[in-house]
Write a protein that binds this ligand. Structure first.
Ligand code: 5GP
Length: 187
């Protein structure tokens, strides 16, 4: 059976990480890609688990050497997915999921049109803002930057293959499973 690349995006604070975590617990055979980023680790984040935390200089070298499948600047930091890692997983016969921003997702689609793009939406904008503030991990200026991104992301998400509303976590996980299983059956 063909192996697929799934790309999950969503506005900051929409809870896509939690949806994805729930999905991966139920579907452990999926590989989650680990991105590189220049942003500092948040408390509890581990290098090589949550991200590869690298310097801006290292990141720029990877861009020059064409090592990224996609990369994007997001809220003042750089994020990117290494080509080598994704290709290895697909060659080993694993389905892969990327959790990246919408700019990156559209770059992936250009290079790999068979990739399936899934956007996780909040039930409402107010719910999203409350969630972002409730996280207490960013200062006000960072939160404002992230809220500005939200509008851009919603616009880009119109080009996605699927939209999943994260109202109740369990329902959102089931919707993600339905989308993924449907795509795999049709592969
Ligand atoms: P955070 O700083 O909250 O972990 O992530 C900020 C944003 O960057 C999120 O929307 C996340 O999905 C996105 N992101 C994480 N890794 C990558 C990546 O490799 N490429 C791109 N384009 N975005 C990423």
């Amino acid at each position: 059976m063909n192996k697929k690349l799934f790309v999950l995006s969503g506005s900051s604070g929409v809870g896509k990480g939690t949806v994805l975590k729930g999905f991966l617990e139920k579907n452990p055979d999926f590989m989650l890609s680990i991105s590189c980023t220049t942003r500092p680790p948040r408390p509890g984040e581990i290098d090589g688990v949550n991200y590869f935390f690298i310097s801006k200089n290292e990141f720029e070298n990877c861009i020059k050497e064409n090592k990224f499948l996609e990369w994007a600047e997001f809220a003042g930091n750089f994020y990117g997915t290494k080509k080598k890692y994704i290709n290895q997983c697909l060659e080993e016969g694993k389905n892969v999921i990327l959790e990246i921003d919408t700019q990156g997702a559209l770059q992936v689609k250009k290079q790999m049109p068979e990739a399936v793009l899934i956007f996780v939406c909040p039930p409402s904008y107010e719910a999203l803002e409350n969630r972002l503030r409730g996280r207490h991990t960013e200062d006000e200026a960072t939160i404002q930057k992230r809220l500005e991104q939200v509008k851009k992301e919603i616009e880009r998400s119109k080009k996605f293959d699927y939209q999943i509303v994260n109202d109740r976590l369990e329902d959102a996980i089931s919707r993600l499973e339905d989308v993924v299983n449907g795509e795999i059956k049709n592969a």
